[in-house]
Design a protein around this ligand. Structure first.
Ligand SMILES: Cc1cc2nc3c(=O)[nH]c(=O)nc-3n(C[C@H](O)[C@H](O)[C@H](O)COP(=O)(O)OP(=O)(O)OC[C@H]3O[C@@H](n4cnc5c(N)ncnc54)[C@H](O)[C@@H]3O)c2cc1C
Length: 424
């Protein structure tokens, strides 16, 4: 009754719509999954949702040339109480949300919310990445995870498909990674190769002669050994993968909240170790979420917080006191994650390596791969510590390409001497 009245009042007085609609949503979230009565309320709210959409559409249709909207969009308020709060809605956050729901032993057993502050993902690594998957790592754990991921991506529609929704096409482009080692790095490359083969990865070593035969456009000067992936490597569209995880997790009942996690409330408990030493444990009781374009914050009580804030994970950890404790305490240790800026350059070179171009990683650190079928390539290189760029903006340093990337590219692939960097 109360909920209904609030909604009716919003119909009568659109100017009150923001507050009342938000209130209605809050009530719905509070009522979720508690009893038969709550289920009825849930049906009722679904009906309400439908009416609201129709009402909104009618209002908008009556103003065909105007940008004005009767309701300023508000972020989805988070539920007041959940089991798990995931901070960050990049590929890690949504993947964790999916797996938590996938592994729950009873449908609806876990209430999970993903909090993401930037729905445009303008600075998220996920959508800015090169979207590559490889098996060529030095540690067995990474190789096993990557073998699993390749299998997962191969059958992505079985895992992340949603009934009545579009088929997922991550535009997977199968292609091996080609690592080149100088004399200095050849032994390590061989050791890594042995680990990779033991783990079941299909990788082969190539001598400079074999390398030249397979990829005639490579200048093999300075190359002592090459390692080439034969299976389960390539690249794909990371934006599609992120959305596939997100769509599936939402369909499984994960909540999404557009907002920024700005604080945690913690409680401390004194305990004794087995040796009788006193230790203090901190436990997060609730998470504070700042709603977008607003001064309003919402507290979410939870049992567990997962920090999936990517490059900003250290800042999020600090909100919980990690990295800012007294110098002799464990809490003084910072999470070793910090944002760093990396450039990916798009170049055009009709006479370049062509279709059979792997993702090549040179011993100098420069890398490139084909991008599409029109003679385009993407290329980059991590700067040295001294060259680390300013992270306060997203500007691209064109000189870095001219001075640090291009000469190395042109050395490894002489055809790249005539490339055009048309989109940086
Ligand atoms: C240039 C580049 C190329 C790469 N190429 C590859 C590649 O080829 N293959 C590969 O496997 N990996 C690659 N990576 C790495 C890969 O992109 C990342 O490991 C991965 O995307 C990390 O995902 P994430 O979800 O942890 O982080 P992100 O995608 O950065 O997501 C973190 C999210 O947390 C949100 N957030 C932060 N703080 C808060 C807060 N307080 N409240 C709410 N939300 C918050 C942010 O807005 C962001 O959307 C590349 C990375 C870069 C930068």
């Amino acid at each position: 009754m109360y909920v209904g009245r609030m909604f009716v009042s919003s119909l009568k007085f659109p100017c009150l719509g923001i507050g009342t609609w938000k209130g209605a949503r809050l009530l719905r979230q509070r009522s979720f999954g508690t009893s038969a009565c709550a289920l009825k309320q849930d049906d009722f709210m679904k009906e309400l949702d439908k009416n609201f959409v129709q009402f909104h559409k009618k209002l908008m249709d009556s103003l065909p040339t105007s940008d004005w909207s009767p309701f300023t969009p508000i972020g989805d308020l988070p539920p007041e109480r959940v089991d798990v709060v995931i901070v960050g809605g990049g590929v890690m956050g949504w993947s964790i949300a999916y797996w938590l729901k996938q592994k729950e032993n009873r449908r609806g057993a876990l209430r999970v919310v993903v909090v993401e502050r930037d729905p445009t993902y303008s600075r998220a690594s996920t959508v800015l990445s090169a979207g590559g998957i490889r098996q060529q790592f030095s540690r067995p754990e990474n190789i096993h995870m990557s073998l699993f991921s390749a299998q997962f991506l191969r059958n992505i529609n079985e895992h992340l498909g949603v009934v009545n929704e579009d088929h997922i096409d991550i535009q997977f482009n199968p292609s091996g990674y080609l690592f080149l080692a100088s004399e200095e790095g050849a032994t390590v490359m061989e050791e890594n190769y042995n680990v990779q083969r033991e783990c079941g990865a299909q990788v082969t070593l190539l001598s400079p002669h074999q390398l030249k035969k397979k990829f005639p456009w490579v200048n093999t000067n300075g190359v002592a050994l090459a390692s080439y992936g034969l299976e389960n490597e390539g690249w794909f569209d990371p934006w599609t993968l992120l959305n596939a995880f997100r769509r599936k997790a939402l369909s499984m009942g994960v909540y999404h909240c557009h907002g920024e996690v700005t604080d945690f409330s913690t409680t401390k408990r004194e305990m004794m170790t087995a040796d009788g030493d006193p230790v203090t444990f901190s436990r997060i009781g609730h998470v504070t979420v700042l709603m977008p374009n607003s001064l309003e914050s919402q507290n979410v009580e939870c049992a567990l917080v997962i920090n999936a804030a990517g490059a900003w994970s250290s800042n999020v950890a600090e909100l919980a006191g990690i990295g800012i404790g007294p110098s002799d305490s464990l809490e003084s240790v910072k999470l070793p994650v910090e944002p760093k800026k990396r450039y990916i350059f798009v170049v055009h070179c009709p006479d370049g390596p062509g279709l059979d171009c792997p993702l090549l990683i040179d011993s100098s650190g420069v890398y490139f791969r084909r991008e599409g079928l029109g003679g385009n390539y993407i290329a980059g290189k991590s700067p040295t510590e001294e060259e680390e760029p300013d992270i306060s903006n997203m500007e691209v340093d064109y000189d870095f390409f001219q001075q640090k990337v291009w000469p190395l590219l042109a050395h490894r692939v002489p055809a790249f001497e005539s490339l055009k960097a048309f989109c940086l």
